[in-house]
Design a protein around this ligand. Structure first.
Ligand SMILES: [Mg+2]
Length: 177
C-alpha cells in the first residue's frame, strides 16, 4: 500500500491572504472608497473606481510592508493546520511579480502558519508545478500538471464556470479533509 501523502499546493493572495481587503482598506483611507464597495462580477477591484484612483494599486503593491499585514482569509487558521496533517502541503505564490514582497510574505507565513517549513514554500514566477491539488483564485495557474484544480472564489473569477469551485475555507475542509 502506498501511504505517501498527496501533494496539496495553496496560493497566497486572495486564497490564504485576504489581499482584496488590504487593497480596500488603502483605497478607503486615501480616497474614501467605501469598504463595502459593490464590485462588478468578473472585474478586478481597481476597475470599480475612477482610473486615476484605481491605478494606485500598483503603487500600494510595490511598497515594502504591503504584504506584511494582510489579513488572514477567514477560516484558513482553522482548516490549514488540519490539511497540513493529511497532505504534503506547499505554499506556491507568484511573488516574483513584486520584488518587495518576498520578505513580507515569508514573515507573514512565519507568523500565521509557523508549522509550514521553508522547504514547502515556493516563491515563483509562473507556477510550473506538479501537484495533486492546487487551490488558487487565478485559473491561469491551472495546468495539466494539476490533477485537481480548485478555484477559490474571488470577485474577479465569479463568472468562470468550468472549474471546481470553493467559496470558503470551510468548503475546502469539506472537500479535502
Ligand atoms: Mg492568488
Amino acid at each position: 500500500m502506498n501511504d505517501k501523502k498527496r501533494r496539496l499546493a495553496i496560493d497566497m493572495d486572495e486564497v490564504l491572504a485576504d489581499t482584496h481587503a488590504k487593497f480596500l482598506t488603502l483605497f478607503n483611507r486615501d480616497f474614501g472608497i467605501p469598504l463595502d464597495l459593490k464590485q462588478k462580477p468578473g472585474t478586478e477591484i481597481f476597475e470599480n473606481m475612477p482610473k486615476e484612483i484605481g491605478d494606485h494599486w500598483k503603487k500600494y503593491v510595490n511598497e515594502p510592508g504591503f504584504f506584511r499585514d494582510v489579513p488572514v482569509m477567514r477560516g484558513a487558521l482553522n482548516i490549514v493546520p488540519e490539511l497540513n496533517k493529511k497532505y504534503d502541503l506547499f505554499i506556491v505564490s507568484a511573488a516574483m511579480e513584486f520584488k518587495n514582497s518576498f520578505l513580507d510574505k515569508y514573515s507573514w507565513l512565519e507568523e500565521h502558519f509557523p508549522f509550514i517549513p521553508w522547504t514547502n514554500i515556493l516563491f515563483t514566477g509562473r507556477k510550473i508545478i506538479v501537484s495533486d491539488v492546487l487551490i488558487d483564485d487565478r485559473a491561469k495557474n491551472f495546468s495539466e500538471h494539476i490533477e485537481r484544480p480548485l478555484l477559490f472564489t474571488s470577485p474577479h473569477n465569479v463568472l468562470l464556470e468550468e472549474y471546481e469551485r470553493v467559496n470558503s475555507w470551510e468548503e475546502v475542509g469539506e472537500k479535502l479533509l
